[in-house]
Design a protein around this ligand. Structure first.
Ligand SMILES: [Mn+2]
Length: 289
C-alpha cells in the first residue's frame, strides 16, 4: 500500500488530542480494524488507514454545503481489536465508546466490517433513553444468527433492535425471507429501498425530519453503487449515488445525531474510490456540525 500523507493515522482537520482539555459535545473518531466475520470480500481491516489517508484530499471549504470544516473534532486512533473474536472486539468497542461519552465526545467509527457498530450502538442505547438508528446499507443485517454466529457483520441491526433501537433502513436491495418476515412482525422498522431513494428522496428527507429521538447514523459503504464503491465486503448492484448520501446527511444535520459510523471499506490502495467516498461522507458530516 502507498500513503501520500505525512500523518496518515489521523483524519484530516482533526484537532490535537489533549485528554485534559477535551471539548464537550464534540465528535471523536475511532478506527476498528477488524474483518474476521467477513464472508465474501475481506480486507476492511485496512479501512481505517485508507479512509484517513483519503481524507487529505478535501478542502476546508465544502462547496456543496457552503460551509467550512471549522468544528473541533478528534481522532483517537484505532481500538485494539481481537482478530478472530468478534464478541471480544465488540466489548472493547463498547468500553471505548463509554469512555468517550464520559468525556462528552460523540463517536465517529471507521470500520472495519459492520460488526464494529454493535458495541457502539449498545453503549449509546444504554446512554440514551431511546435511540433511532438511521441505517444506510444494501442489506438489512437483521439475521438473528449468521452461520451460527450472533455477533457478525450480518446481524448488526438485529442486535441494535434487541438493544431497543428504532430502525430506519435506507438503500435496501438485498434481504432474506426471514428478514422480511421479521420486519413485518415489528412496528418500528421503516424501510426506504434503493428505488424509493432514487425516485422519492423528498419523502426520505421528510421522514428523517420527523424523528424525535437521538439518532445514530450507520453507513455501510455497500449502500453506494458498486460502480462508485466497489471495494466492499458484499458489493450489490443498483446502489445509491454519493449525492444521495449528501442529501441524507444534510437532512440529518438539523437533528440530534449522537454518533455515526462508516464501515465495510475493504480497499488496499492509494486513491481507490471506495476509500475516497468513505472519507467524503465523514468530511461532509463534519462540515455540517
Ligand atoms: Mn451491507
Amino acid at each position: 500500500m502507498l500513503l501520500n500523507t505525512y500523518e496518515p493515522w489521523k483524519f484530516a482537520f482533526s484537532a490535537e488530542t489533549d485528554f485534559e482539555n477535551i471539548k464537550k459535545d464534540s465528535y471523536g473518531i475511532i478506527g476498528v480494524p477488524f474483518d474476521s466475520t467477513t464472508s465474501y470480500h475481506s480486507g476492511s481491516r485496512l479501512g481505517p488507514v485508507v479512509v484517513r489517508e483519503a481524507s487529505y484530499g478535501f478542502e476546508n471549504y465544502n462547496i456543496n454545503f457552503d460551509t467550512s470544516l471549522d468544528a473541533v473534532f478528534y481522532d483517537f486512533g484505532d481500538v485494539n481489536v481481537v482478530p478472530g473474536n468478534c464478541r471480544a472486539t465488540c466489548e472493547i468497542v463498547e468500553d471505548t465508546v463509554n469512555e468517550l461519552t464520559d468525556l462528552g465526545v460523540k463517536p465517529i467509527t471507521i470500520g472495519g466490517e459492520h460488526s464494529a457498530s454493535i458495541g457502539v450502538i449498545k453503549a449509546l442505547s444504554e446512554k440514551y433513553d431511546k435511540l433511532t438508528v438511521v441505517h444506510l446499507d444494501a442489506h438489512r443485517d437483521l439475521a438473528f444468527e449468521f452461520i451460527g454466529e450472533k455477533y457478525s457483520h450480518a446481524t448488526v441491526m438485529r442486535r441494535a433492535h434487541e438493544f431497543g433501537a428504532d430502525l430506519v433502513q435506507i438503500g435496501i436491495r438485498s434481504s432474506s425471507k426471514d428478514e422480511e418476515d421479521f420486519v413485518k412482525s415489528t412496528y418500528n422498522i421503516q424501510t426506504f429501498k434503493n428505488k424509493d431513494v432514487h425516485r422519492h428522496m423528498d419523502a426520505v428527507e421528510y421522514y428523517l425530519t420527523t424523528v424525535e429521538n437521538p439518532i445514530y447514523l450507520s453507513i455501510d459503504m455497500d449502500v453506494l453503487d458498486p460502480a462508485i464503491a466497489p471495494a466492499v465486503g458484499n458489493p450489490t448492484p443498483g446502489g445509491l449515488f454519493t449525492s444521495e448520501i449528501e442529501d441524507v446527511i444534510k437532512a440529518l444535520s438539523y437533528k440530534d445525531v449522537v454518533g455515526m459510523d462508516v464501515v465495510e471499506t475493504a480497499s488496499d490502495r492509494l486513491g481507490e474510490s471506495t476509500a475516497v467516498a468513505a472519507a467524503k461522507i465523514i468530511y461532509d458530516f463534519l462540515s455540517l456540525i
